[in-house]
Design a protein around this ligand. Structure first.
Ligand SMILES: [Mg+2]
Length: 262
């Protein structure tokens, strides 16, 4: 994996020669720094203005691809003309039309049931943050102290294990977060390929920026179709072709993209 700005001449040339770019970016840890609690993450003004400029630029179509719910990410990124893929791509908003992966809806009652149970169980764990996202749920444990974490993990697994054994849910890990998702073969990678198919035009390419485990699905998908995969921050075994050091670096990259195509 190479540092993106270490190979800049090549990247610059490639972007210059590409007519249209589908620019996909994750939110937390990619275009905005990770905060102790997910609700504290706020898109910086500079990045917001930059996304707005990129979104108006005909050379780009910009998509935010996140594990957050669609409703949440729309509020977090108040920029016109963007595509939003929430819940790891299970719900996609494109040109005011909402796509929800058909089989995903079946999980709504179970997610709500697990959410209710967890809400009660985590009350005594200060710092545990439950994110209920209708089609999935996330339990953030960044702020839980190490001694209590083992117990929290046990409680969480005890609750979800029966459903896991029955194949009714899928369990995934992220940065200090456990997630329950529908047991279907759909992820950020599939979502990105779905967008590529929708947008297909001559002379286009795709760039994907992400920072976490679930972004690896997208990196692999993007690599397969000859796009540019970029991991933000340290991920030693990442499938991404390039890396950027941090969210500040990512912002610098987006600024450069806008400049090349202005
Ligand atoms: Mg992220």
């Amino acid at each position: 994996m190479q540092y993106l700005f270490g190979d800049w001449a090549k990247v610059d040339k490639r972007v210059l020669q590409t007519k249209h770019i589908l620019l996909c970016a994750d939110f937390d840890g990619t275009i905005t720094p990770i905060k102790p609690r997910p609700q504290q993450a706020i898109l910086g003004k500079k990045t917001r203005l930059l996304l707005a400029r990129l979104s108006k630029n005909k050379a780009f179509t910009v998509a935010i691809v996140t594990g957050r719910s669609l409703a949440d990410i729309k509020k977090k990124v108040p920029v016109q003309g963007l595509i939003f893929a929430g819940n790891h791509g299970l719900e996609i908003l494109y040109k005011n039309k909402k796509f929800v992966y058909p089989q995903a809806k079946k999980i709504i009652p179970l997610i709500s049931k697990l959410g209710r149970a967890l809400r009660t169980k985590i009350r005594s764990f200060s710092g545990a943050v439950l994110e209920e996202k209708e089609l999935s749920l996330s339990l953030h444990y960044r702020l839980v102290n190490l001694k209590k974490l083992r117990i929290l993990r046990k409680i969480f697994l005890q609750l979800i294990n029966p459903y896991l054994a029955q194949g009714e849910i899928r369990f995934t890990l992220g940065k200090k977060v456990w997630e329950v998702r529908p047991p279907i073969d759909w992820d950020k990678g599939r979502a990105v390929l779905y967008l590529v198919k929708k947008l297909r035009q001559k002379g286009d390419s795709i760039i994907y920026l992400g920072d976490d485990t679930t972004d690896e699905d997208a990196f692999r998908a993007v690599n397969k179709i000859g796009g540019l995969s970029i991991v933000v921050g340290k991920r030693p075994n990442s499938c991404a072709k390039y890396y950027l050091k941090n969210t500040h670096d990512a912002q610098k990259f987006l600024t450069q993209l806008q400049l090349i195509k202005s």
